[in-house]
Ligand binder design. Structure first.
Ligand code: LER
Ligand code: MN
Length: 282
């Protein structure tokens, strides 16, 4: 297993001032970092990739789409913007050397029709994702689609939805991801959810029920780590904890309070927690 930390704890922007966080995460002992990939600036992505290469850190990225570039919109022009935005983001991921582009970029974050996905919406989302996966193959990045809780999106809310979606897309570059926070809200049975992703699980977010230090809250950690070991998951395991500086995600994440002592402490505690839990099951 390789362990990563998401930069969303500190920032949603890859600015020069944020770069020293990478050195700090290396010092703490991480193998990987997850980059917020929202700005689609290829030159900046190359710069971040070089710094990560120098530090010997692996990397993934997180991205989202909104209502005006929704890949499952009824409006073909909006869908086209969604596909192109996903492709451009993939180019930035490749420029930064990311293995995986993760996140809920299958549909608009924080946008709702007032009912579940229609057959047409499902079909449009599948078509958009197939074209995105073909581009992912070209640039050598793997897609890891994130299912979210019902308050953040309505296309994919459970592991079973995700497994069906990925099967419909039917492209080796299109995998699912699993986030313990969303599963904690939506799943009745955590082991069954993780088993549903066997064979298509490409990425994992380790995230507590309050999005603060993993291991200190209400997520059923034993069941999660047991089932991940059972299905043989051995990819990137990335901590997702959120701070207050998240302008681009606030419509979905709704974080208004600080829930940890320091970012560094959270990162160190989370790494020790994941390693302990994974080692126990080897
Ligand atoms: C992102 O990884 C995530 O979990 C979402 O809730 C962000 O909106
Ligand atoms: Mn997540």
């Amino acid at each position: 297993m390789r362990y990563g930390m998401n930069l969303l704890m500190w920032t949603d922007t890859l600015s020069d001032e944020a770069m020293p966080i990478l050195d700090e995460l290396k010092e703490v002992g991480y193998d990987a970092v997850e980059l917020p990939m929202f700005d689609r600036d290829e030159a900046n992505s190359v710069k971040w990739g070089k710094r990560l290469d120098a530090l010997g850190l692996a990397r993934s990225a997180t991205t989202v789409r909104g209502a005006d570039d929704n890949p499952m919109s009824a409006d073909p022009a909006v869908r086209r913007r969604g596909i192109e935005a996903n492709k451009e983001t993939l180019d930035c991921c490749a420029a930064a050397g990311c293995e995986v582009m993760a996140g809920p970029f299958h549909s608009a974050l924080g946008y709702f029709s007032g009912r579940g996905p229609t057959e047409d919406e499902w079909k449009w989302a599948v078509q958009s994702m197939r074209e995105t996966a073909e581009h992912a193959e070209k640039v050598g990045v793997t897609l890891a689609l994130e299912y979210l809780n019902r308050f953040e999106c309505y296309l994919l809310n459970t592991a079973a939805d995700g497994a069906r979606f990925v099967a419909d897309v039917g492209h080796p570059r299109c995998t699912m991801m699993y986030d313990t926070f969303h599963a904690h809200i939506e799943e009745k049975n955590i082991p069954a959810a993780i088993r549903a992703l066997k064979g298509c699980l490409g990425h994992v977010h380790i995230s507590e029920n309050d999005r603060s230090t993993p291991g200190e809250g209400n997520v059923r950690w034993k069941e999660n780590f047991d089932a991940l070991a059972e299905i043989g998951y051995d990819g990137l395991m990335v901590v997702e904890a959120f701070g207050l500086a998240l302008e681009k995600l606030v419509p979905a994440t709704k974080i208004w309070r600080r829930m940890y002592r320091s970012e560094r402490q959270l990162a160190a505690d989370a790494l020790a927690f994941m390693k302990r839990e994974v080692e126990k099951r080897r």
